[in-house]
Design a protein around this ligand. Structure first.
Ligand code: BDR
Ligand code: CA
Length: 325
């Protein structure tokens, strides 16, 4: 079974992604953390918490503390002071150092067989590329949450957070032209609304996992209301994990992706589909970008995997029209 590394910056939606992955049949061999939504030490505690909630013992490795070049800007305004709605969880486990070496060693031991699921800034992957690009070329597959092709950003009119917080890492990543890269950005994740009814349903499920999902989403819900008068919250990162479970959830199109690193458009993903050939190969196909998503299929996977004991309740809530149209 393919070995999967989750590269994350937990963060509320990263934590839901870890929970989904850890409760699924995916073969998660390790979790690497970079500073993003919160700084790497707090992010590592949050990753361990999600694993402990899922009842899984998977190693967590700390990686980059800062973006490659630009000043670090966390997203505690969105995710809460600790990245998890201020719950300030204590954990039993401890994170290891050495995220970059863990990524490279895992690929060396399993050439063309490792999938990386990157859900935060691309700093760890950029550092791995800098250290040993030949090994990184032997990765089997990379799926990335980031960017926005035909939709406005969430940090500026054009920039999505993961690319905006470390645009130099994102640029290096795409310039490396690694094999088998698929990107899902805001074009598809904006559809993944964890609605108030879904959240209430989870609360009614009861139990530790449900309480955790309910509690950690509170700050996110408040932020979405304050920011854009959205009821509920957009949960970006689990969508990428669901795609590894069921590829029919999204449709991806070949493209060239580059990332702006300066000035007004800093962090913008410049995505070229069907680039004319007379551009002399300046825009090689270096990724596939997801542009369509089946949100009903996503939520089926999300709820049935995280709450297998409540599949019948979930189906009933759907049938009664409380959740999903
Ligand atoms: C991305 O930024 C982070 O805040 C989320 O965890 C997600 O990975 C969305 O722009
Ligand atoms: Ca993230």
């Amino acid at each position: 079974m393919k070995k999967i590394i989750l590269d994350v910056d937990p963060g509320i939606d990263d934590s839901l992604a870890i929970l989904l992955a850890a409760k699924s049949d995916l073969n998660i061999v390790g979790i690497t953390v970079a500073s993003g939504n919160v700084e790497v030490n707090q992010g590592s505690i949050n990753a361990i918490k999600a694993l402990e909630i899922a009842g899984r013992d998977i190693p967590v490795y700390k990686g980059a503390e800062l973006p490659l070049v630009r000043d670090y800007v966390d997203a505690t305004d969105t995710h809460g002071p600790d990245g998890l709605s201020g719950m300030n969880y204590k954990v039993k486990g401890k994170a290891n150092d050495g995220a970059i070496d863990f990524i490279l060693d895992t690929i060396k031991e399993n050439p063309n067989e490792v999938t990386i699921c990157a859900l935060g800034p691309l700093t760890n992957l950029a550092l791995a590329i800098e250290k040993d690009i030949e090994t990184m070329r032997k990765v089997g597959r990379i799926v990335v949450m980031g960017g926005a092709a035909k939709i406005h950003g969430n940090c500026s009119p054009v920039a999505e957070y993961n690319f905006w917080v470390d645009p130099h890492a994102a640029k290096r990543f795409f310039k490396a032209n690694l094999p088998n890269v698929t990107v899902a950005g805001l074009d598809v994740t904006y559809d993944i609304l964890f609605s108030p009814n879904m959240r209430e349903m989870v609360k009614q499920f009861g139990g530790e996992v449900a309480q955790y999902v309910y509690d950690i989403t509170q700050f996110y819900v408040d932020f979405h209301w304050e920011q854009e008068r959205t009821l509920g919250c957009i949960i970006n990162d689990p969508l990428l994990v669901s795609y590894l479970i069921d590829e029919s959830i999204m449709k991806a199109y070949p493209c060239n992706i580059d990332v702006e690193t300066e000035d007004l458009c800093i962090g913008e993903s410049v995505v070229g589909f069907d680039v004319p050939s007379d551009f002399d190969g300046d825009y090689p196909i270096n990724a596939k970008m997801c542009m369509e998503v089946d949100k009903v299929k996503f939520f089926d996977v999300f709820f049935k995997t995280i709450f297998p004991e409540h599949v019948a309740d979930y189906e009933l809530m759907k049938k009664k029209g409380y959740i999903l149209k």
